[in-house]
Design a protein around this ligand. Structure first.
Ligand code: C5P
Length: 287
């Protein structure tokens, strides 16, 4: 019988993001390729009579919007659980940064409580529940690399790893995803394309990675010039490829070797936080 469980809750980047159409329910159909990267938050779940949440991050609220608490309540209700849990979250992933931190924490809560409360849910069942918490949450149940469609919750896991050093940099700017979708005012309807990209990647044509785009870049760059500047900085510093992640504010770059990546990291402005991920990285939410 386990009384406490500790999990690493990793960040993600979007290796590309295309918006396909606005849906009648207000969401957008998209296609994206999620890829798990550094940094990670540390989540410790301890058996407790009620649901309690504590974090070292000063601006994370413990109200009904907290995704860890919502994840725990969802499982309590679904499986009629009488127990609670004490959730301790050590935060490293920046907020409002396009790195999926809150979604990752929610998924880690589901994965951890599945074990702590002996629920015996499969990954598919957890992904299904995760979709009720947010569009990006299902990806983090298994992590790795996945093609995502629908509003981001329909997953096709793929065995692809990025063979470069990845530098993720986050300027001191928060971007609201809901704002970014509204600002985009997307009225078109487009055909998906990433299934083809994924088949190229699976055939070892990794150059396809260097041609990806993110539909949010123009609108977000216009409103937050610091993010555009960061992408320009990566290009000038010799990144093989650079792209904004999700709706921002983080920008990532691919570098051929550790020395270059570390040199660029050390040249970043001091108000930018940054994280390095080694080539062919494959993280899992784990104990
Ligand atoms: O699903 P999640 O709660 O993370 O989404 C936050 C907001 O982003 C939604 O309320 C919606 O306005 C927008 N969104 C969207 N289409 C998506 C994902 C999110 O319009 N595929």
């Amino acid at each position: 019988m386990q009384h406490s469980i500790t999990l690493h809750s990793y960040a993600k980047i979007n290796l590309g993001l295309r918006i396909l159409r606005k849906r009648p329910d207000g969401y957008h159909d998209i296609e994206t390729i999620f890829y798990e990267v550094h940094p990670f938050d540390v989540l410790t779940l301890t058996e407790h009579a009620t649901i309690e949440f504590h974090t070292d991050h000063p601006s994370l609220s413990s109200d009904d919007s907290n995704l860890c608490i919502r994840a725990a309540r969802l499982l309590q209700q679904k499986f009629d659980i009488q127990k609670g849990v004490h959730i301790e979250l050590k935060k490293t992933i920046p907020l409002g940064a396009g790195l999926g931190g809150g979604s990752s924490n929610a998924a880690a809560t589901l994965v951890g409580l599945n074990k702590l409360w002996n629920l015996h849910c499969s990954s598919q069942q957890l992904e299904h529940l995760a979709a009720q918490l947010g569009s990006d949450v299902p990806f983090f149940i298994r992590g790795g690399c996945a093609l995502a469609t629908g509003r981001g919750e329909r997953l096709s896991h793929v065995h692809v790893t990025v063979p470069y050093w990845i530098l993720v940099a986050t300027p001191p700017v928060h971007v609201s995803t809901a704002w970014a979708y509204t600002a985009l005012n997307f009225l078109d309807s487009r055909e998906p394309h990433y299934a083809h990209v994924v088949s190229e990647l699976l055939s070892n044509n990794l150059d396809a990675l260097l041609t990806m785009t993110n539909d949010f870049e123009p609108i977000v760059f216009d409103h937050f010039p610091a993010i555009r500047k960061l992408k320009e900085f990566f290009t000038v510093q010799g990144a093989l490829f650079t792209l904004m992640s999700g709706s921002g504010s983080s920008v990532f770059g691919f570098f051929p070797d550790r020395e270059t990546a570390e040199r660029v990291q050390s040249n970043l402005p001091t108000n930018v936080v940054s994280f390095l991920t080694p080539p062919n990285f494959s993280a899992r939410i784990h104990e």
